[in-house]
Design a protein around this ligand. Structure first.
Ligand code: AHG
Ligand code: MN
Ligand code: MN
Length: 348
């Protein structure tokens, strides 16, 4: 987008709503219900954005005093974001079940007129929440499934589908600007929120991620408890090799969605591996890893547990975790090769 965009030129940009309507015909879920669901999500995103932009002026910093289902301290903004998304999805009527990081059980949605929505939405309402108080980018991640054929009532079981069954996935980064990126399996598109008109405008059409990038992102503070293969991989990325573009740079924000977004646009590899303390890693499969894996693949990248494709994991819990290696295709493949024989954290 041009920095000196004139008011009338804004009209040249497609809004998210226009884009969704245009896409409807080319997509299985063309009834309009799916479009309305995405609209509901974008409305909640705008409300969360509004809260975020006033943080520090109004009292939304700090924690609620509660420990969430992950055993982590719940921030006030975690809860606010959760409530905005639940409210928007409940009001919209297209969603039958919500799974949220901030709620231990799946939340069934009954509409006032008891007509049932047919979409399941799993979400991390606020990702990177420990960064909020220090003005670092945070985000929202969402994953959408359809209620399986023949299932009348949405329960947790109906939500426990592998990532390959997602019919949509996306994220919002509340960063230097607010951007919503999503896929329905036909490429990846990004929409920047224009605060003056309150609309998401198509700013990043058909995002493709470079096959290889110059950055890797991992919390190296945990280095000692990484698998031997990963330690070797990290050392390899740090070695000088001009021809191969090494050493790489380290970039780690500590907000998965913000790290992912940067790597998606610039090329890079994000890693949250298994460690001795957390043998399944830290990130949650259903509302962190799967949606971003869908987007990574749709943009030409890849997402792996270190030895298998994330999107093929058959889940058995809403809040289950998985190790994550995600980003540029060649970089994910290289990571897998390093791990191939030395992936165990027991012989770290
Ligand atoms: P959340 O704020 O939703 O709990 O997620 C935090 C996650 C993720 O955003 C980030 O990449 C990771 O935790 C950082 O963990 P470390 O502090 O262990 O690096
Ligand atoms: Mn998160
Ligand atoms: Mn979160």
């Amino acid at each position: 987008m041009q920095p000196d965009l004139l008011r009338e030129e804004i009209g040249a940009f497609k809004t998210l709503e226009q884009f969704i309507i245009e896409q409807q015909g080319t997509f299985d879920h063309s009834s309009g219900a799916f479009s309305r669901l995405l609209r509901d999500i974008s409305v909640a995103a705008k409300l969360v954005n509004w809260h975020m932009r006033r943080a520090g002026i109004v009292d939304v910093f700090g924690n609620t005093g509660e420990i969430n289902v992950q055993g982590e301290v719940q921030q006030i903004m975690d809860l606010l974001a959760h409530k905005e998304f639940v409210r928007a999805l409940r009001r919209g009527g297209e969603c039958c079940l919500i799974g949220s990081e901030e709620h231990s059980e799946a939340i069934p949605i009954r509409t006032a007129d008891s007509s049932e929505g047919k979409y399941i939405v799993l979400l991390d309402p606020l990702d990177g929440s420990s960064n909020i108080e220090v003005n670092v980018s945070v985000g929202t991640i969402f994953s959408i499934y359809q209620l399986p054929e023949g299932v009348k009532e949405a329960t947790l079981e109906s939500a426990l589908q592998p990532g390959i069954k997602q019919i949509g996935a996306g994220y919002i980064v509340y960063g230097s600007s607010t951007i919503l990126v999503y896929t329905t399996g036909q490429g990846v598109n990004g929409f920047t929120l224009d605060p003056s008109i309150g609309e998401f405008l198509l700013s990043h059409p058909n995002i493709r991620t470079p096959k290889k990038g110059g950055m890797y992102s991992v919390n190296e503070g945990n280095y000692e408890s990484f698998a031997r293969g990963l330690k070797k991989h990290i050392k390899w990325m740090q070695q000088e090799n001009e021809e191969e573009g090494r050493p790489l740079s380290t970039r780690y924000i500590g907000s998965f969605v913000a790290d992912f977004h940067r790597n998606l646009l610039k090329g890079g590899l994000y890693i949250y591996p298994a460690t001795q303390k957390s043998p399944n890693g830290k990130l949650r499969l259903m509302y962190e890893a799967n949606p971003l894996a869908f987007i990574a693949e749709q943009a030409g990248g890849a997402a792996s547990t270190g030895n298998s494709r994330i999107l093929e994991i058959v889940p058995d819990k809403l809040h289950q975790r998985t190790p994550v290696y995600i980003g540029s295709l060649d970089m994910v493949r290289t990571a897998q090769q390093f791990l191939a024989n030395e992936h165990s954290v027991d012989n770290a």
